[in-house]
Design a protein around this ligand. Structure first.
Ligand code: CP
Ligand code: NVA
Length: 306
């Protein structure tokens, strides 16, 4: 049994397999073919934070493959109403898979520790592996490959960025991260994200200069400056990130055929301008849709029902 708490729980080869499976399943669904690969399978989804994409993509994806997803809000009460070990053992005795969006990464780790079925991280403060899966699928669809491409990330080095670093290391992309001082990854943290044997083509650059990061990039990515749980830091962060907006001027420094990505939800006018969000280069809607296709590939792979 396997969990997906971060992308370091999966090898390069396995990650490529999940993406291939996702592409195949997406193509089938687009042709109107609905293979019940997850017939009678049940996914429990626990959410401690808000969600649109993650909740809907898991739920719709399960239904498309003949399974069922159930939403459990924080009132399910793990760690409060009863111990995490009791909660996890009971829940995993009844369902085939659990997805959890937790305030703290340690909560997802503890859930997995006691679970008798696979646990998927549906976002924690440290990691957002399902997002990076969908992002890789989106880049691959646009450019026909991943290895050797350059991904530029501009903004806060956060949970989404961490998963993008892991995905890039596993799939051989070059990733350039531009964050202001005080909001960059530390060396130890980066080394842990990259792991021991990154794939050929992997390169990592950290800078405080967005213009430098996006030079020659195939994809320019940003995320909110204030993540869920950081609301108290809003004023301070808005100041620190003021020069880190992805706008038309910055996009011009990337490749002509570069795409713009954002995990969404976006704060238009802050980390990204309206112009970029709605430009022909913007791939945000297909990126969001790909959450569903990528997670279907992941579920089928984790549950061994391919
Ligand atoms: N990108 C993402 O995870 O969106 P939600 O927070 O709406 O699920
Ligand atoms: N970094 C953001 C991602 C939301 C999908 C957050 O954690 O709030």
């Amino acid at each position: 049994m396997r969990h997906l708490l971060t992308l370091n729980d999966i090898s390069s080869r396995e990650l490529s397999q999940v993406l291939t499976l996702s592409t195949r399943i997406k193509a089938e669904v687009k042709k109107g073919i609905r293979r019940p690969r997850l017939a009678a399978k049940t996914l429990a989804m626990i959410f401690e934070k808000q969600s649109l994409r993650t909740r809907v993509s898991f739920e719709a994806g399960m239904v498309q493959l003949g399974g069922h997803a159930m939403f459990l809000g924080a009132e399910a009460g793990f760690g409060k109403r009863e111990s995490m070990s009791d909660f996890s053992r009971v829940l995993s005795s009844m369902v085939d898979c659990i997805a959890i969006r937790a305030m703290r990464h340690a909560t997802a780790v503890a859930l997995a520790q006691y679970s008798r079925c696979p646990v998927i991280n549906a976002l924690t403060d440290e990691s957002h592996p399902c997002q990076a899966l969908a992002d890789m699928l989106t880049i691959k669809e646009r450019f026909g490959k991943l290895q050797g491409l350059k991904l530029a990330y501009v903004g806060d080095s956060n949970n989404v960025t961490a998963s993008l670093v892991q995905a890039s290391a596993k799939l051989g992309l070059e990733i350039a991260i531009a964050s202001p001082k005080g909001y960059c990854f530390g060396e130890t943290q980066l080394a842990a994200l990259v792991g021991d044997s990154p794939a050929n083509g992997f390169l990592l650059e950290q800078t405080t200069d967005p213009g430098l990061a996006v030079q020659g990039a195939h994809a320019v990515y940003t995320d909110v400056w204030v993540s869920m749980g950081q609301e108290k830091e809003e004023a301070k962060r808005k100041k620190a990130f003021a020069a880190y907006q992805v706008n038309s001027k910055l996009m011009k420094a990337a490749r002509k055929d570069a795409i713009f990505l954002h995990c969404l939800p976006a704060r238009r006018g802050l980390e990204v301008s309206d112009e970029v969000m709605d430009s022909p280069q913007s791939a945000i809607i297909e990126q969001a849709e790909n959450r569903m296709h990528a997670q279907k590939g992941l579920l089928v792979w984790l549950l061994g029902t391919a």
